[in-house]
Design a protein around this ligand. Structure first.
Ligand SMILES: Cc1cc2nc3c(=O)[nH]c(=O)nc-3n(C[C@H](O)[C@H](O)[C@H](O)COP(=O)(O)OP(=O)(O)OC[C@H]3O[C@@H](n4cnc5c(N)ncnc54)[C@H](O)[C@@H]3O)c2cc1C
Length: 325
């Protein structure tokens, strides 16, 4: 029996969150006396593929079809099902991101598997196969027991620390016969966000809200982000007002992020905003209103005017970096 894990890559480079998924699969495999088989779809670099061994994959099944460089949920699901049958896999893992959320339910339906979407813990096998996940926009946790023989899990990225070890995976080609219907979507154009840290993968994020007053003040957010090597984000009204691009909007109707550090500047902390960021490991809030709701969710808070606090914080980070070279 093998635990199967779907691995994602961008232009051939495997994403850090996929290493986390492989490591997660490796832990579950050990719990179940199984091995780990990673499934890589599209043209990933061979050194990257072999490198999956360092996170616990014994084997990689690789479908070198350039069409799979883009997400095609039907084709991805088909490849995973073929791999699951080949490897006699009863546990299938994907990431809880745009790809995993599209593919995992399809696989679960086909395999008549129970699905836990957005897992935050390893399965507790003492009383079945119980996995913790966030519910009600992160306000509560549910502990879900998967009773079916086949199990599909999507893992919330940045839930576990990565530990690299020694190890190389063996790589095998997987034959999957796709048909036209599996590629029902045609990507016409890709507009890349360049020159910035990708928000989805960022470990540090500096985010601004309506308290920043207008786009002309965003240089203060960007200066701090640059100094920290962080990505920038924003609240919904900021994106709606076109102060910032929509891909930066986080919250219930925007992106969900789980960085190690989230610095919220001039953001009130409405529940809809918190829904996208309350999985962050450490939250720092800068707000001039000491009663702002965000302070209740914060690990650290600064009561003050963002226009005064941000330049001082940026200067302090700069000084720290210079003295700790
Ligand atoms: C169905 C639905 C979905 C939604 N989805 C989202 C979502 O995905 N993401 C999201 O963000 N919102 C979402 N919202 C909107 C949400 O309810 C809030 O209205 C929004 O988050 C408020 O944005 P804000 O905190 O930037 O602005 P405000 O609520 O206007 O807060 C501005 C904050 O800045 C502070 N401030 C002002 N001046 C300064 C200064 N000089 N220095 C420091 N602090 C200052 C103020 O004290 C205040 O706390 C949704 C709403 C609905 C109804």
């Amino acid at each position: 029996m093998s635990v199967l894990v779907l691995v994602e890559h961008t232009e051939g480079i495997i994403k850090k969150k996929s290493f986390e998924a492989v490591q997660y699969a490796s832990h579950i495999a050990k719990q179940n006396g199984a091995t780990v088989t990673a499934v890589v779809l599209g043209n990933a670099q061979s050194s990257e593929i072999e490198g999956l061994g360092a996170y616990g994959a014994q084997k990689v099944l690789y479908v070198a079809d350039a069409r799979l460089d883009e997400l095609h949920a039907r084709a991805y699901a088909k490849a995973l099902i073929v791999a699951a049958q080949k490897e006699d896999s009863k546990i299938i893992i994907a990431l809880h991101d745009i790809n995993g959320r599209a593919v995992a339910p399809r696989v679960a339906v086909k395999l008549k598997a129970g699905l836990v979407a957005g897992a935050l813990s390893y399965p507790d096998t003492e009383k079945g196969f119980v996995i913790k996940k966030a519910v009600f926009s992160g306000k509560a946790f549910a502990f879900v027991n998967i009773l079916s023989d086949a199990k599909v899990i999507t893992l919330m990225p940045n839930s576990f620390q990565l530990n690299k070890a020694e190890g190389k995976a063996t790589v095998e080609k997987l034959d999957v016969s796709f048909d036209e219907k599996d590629f029902g979507i045609k990507v016409k154009q890709v507009n890349k966000v360049s020159g910035e840290v990708s928000l989805a993968d960022a470990e540090l994020v500096v985010s601004g809200g309506r308290g920043m007053k207008g786009p002309e003040n965003w240089g203060l957010i960007e200066d701090l982000a640059k100094e920290l090597g962080a990505a920038t984000a924003c609240s919904r009204p900021v994106a709606d007002s076109h102060w910032r691009p929509h891909h930066e909007h986080v919250g219930q109707t925007g992106g969900t992020i789980r960085p190690n550090l989230y610095i919220a500047v001039g953001i009130s902390g409405a529940i809809q905003h918190l829904a996208g960021v309350n999985g962050s490991k450490t939250i720092v809030v800068i707000n001039k209103d000491p009663e702002a709701p965000f302070f209740k969710a914060a690990n650290y808070g600064v009561v003050g005017d963002a226009m005064e606090v941000l330049p001082k914080l940026t200067a302090a980070v700069k000084k720290y970096k210079e003295t700790h070279k």
